[in-house]
Design a protein around this ligand. Structure first.
Ligand code: SF4
Length: 330
């Protein structure tokens, strides 16, 4: 495991497009992200904002074609993923970096026992024999709260929450430095969601692993994240510590996300969904892509892309409301 002061992940100026015929989908534009060792960053936004494309790029898994990494660098423990050869990429996938997706059934093989599936990665990356890897698979099952004796069962013999625990066991089997969790609890019912989230968090703390939590759910962010990146139409429009985003938010889109949350303490409060729809990434609005939906839009918003402004130590926002002289809060 890397030294405490280092970053597990550093993404710099990442731009990814999907090109089909004459159409160019602007999936990710100029994204910068840093995750220090042992910390969790929440990547938040609506479906289609570019969150999953960003995640796939970390393992160099953006399908090419039609995906094209136009520019940027992705450093994992200081090594540029985009310059790795296929052998090195195979070594890091599932070993240095592991992913947990939304639907456990897309990650599990229905015709292999869960024990075999957990043991597979251990065998490849740890170079141990069948017997030793199966023993380790059983301990991983125990770690995620499933009796090791169930290692010989198949995925269909487990409930949805248990299947996601199995997926987490597979992901953590080789003690990755970085766990990418892409909406890991969205497919589960609410009580199971809380259990799975607690489990991920506990295991992360024990192993001092770093995590990229991709979600549209600010409740999950509040529970597990140290820093937050708010993504809209392929760009990170606000970035800061949990406190910056929850107590001192600046961007109108971030405000819209919070206003559209149900207020548990006040059941009669009206939900205010953000008006309009996320724009077509083939035809992004000029200037600030949020301007057609923004209650604070000024004339320049539809003409000019706002610069990224630093509000405080780690707090950044990309919005015309924050010219150097105007730092008032929404
Ligand atoms: Fe709204 Fe303008 Fe800020 Fe975009 S730049 S979020 S349109 S105020």
């Amino acid at each position: 495991m890397a030294d405490e002061m280092k970053n597990t992940l550093e993404i710099k100026g990442l731009t990814i497009q999907y090109v089909t015929g004459d159409e160019v989908v602007h999936a990710v534009t100029g994204v910068n992200i840093t995750i220090p060792v042992g910390k969790t960053l929440g990547l938040v936004g609506e479906t289609g904002a570019g969150k999953t494309t960003t995640a796939l790029s970390i393992l160099n898994l953006v399908p090419d074609p039609p995906g094209k990494i136009i520019s940027g660098e992705i450093f994992l423990e200081g090594e540029d993923v985009l310059k790795m050869n296929d052998k090195r990429l195979r070594e890091i996938r599932g070993n240095m970096v592991a992913m947990v997706f939304q639907d456990p059934m897309t990650s599990l093989n229905p015709i292999k026992t869960v024990g075999e599936q957990i043991a597979e990665g251990i065998k490849i990356h740890r170079k141990v024999d069948d017997k030793a890897s199966l023993e380790q698979a059983k301990s991983m099952l125990e770690l995620v709260g499933i009796p090791g004796g169930r290692a010989g069962e198949y995925p269909h013999q487990f409930s949805g929450g248990m299947k996601q625990r199995v997926v987490i066991a597979i992901a953590l089997a080789c003690s990755p430095d970085l766990l990418i969790a892409d909406e890991p609890t969205t497919a589960l019912d609410v009580t199971i969601q809380a259990q799975v989230l607690k489990l991920i968090n506990e295991l992360r703390e024990q192993s001092r692993m770093s995590m990229l939590m991709i979600t549209h759910d600010l409740g999950i962010v509040a529970e597990v994240c140290d820093t937050v990146a708010i993504m809209y139409a392929g760009r990170i429009v606000e970035y800061g510590t949990l406190e910056d985003i929850f107590d001192h938010l600046r961007h109108p889109y971030t405000k819209g996300l919070f206003d559209s949350l149900p207020d548990i303490g006040n059941r009669r409060a009206e939900l205010k969904p953000i008006r309009g729809l996320i724009p077509d990434p083939v035809n992004l609005p000029p200037g600030c892509a949020f301007h057609p939906r923004c209650d604070y839009a000024k004339p320049e918003c539809s003409q000019q892309l706002p610069a990224i402004k630093r509000i405080s130590d780690m707090h950044y926002v990309q919005c015309h409301l924050y010219a150097d002289t105007d730092m008032s809060m929404l």
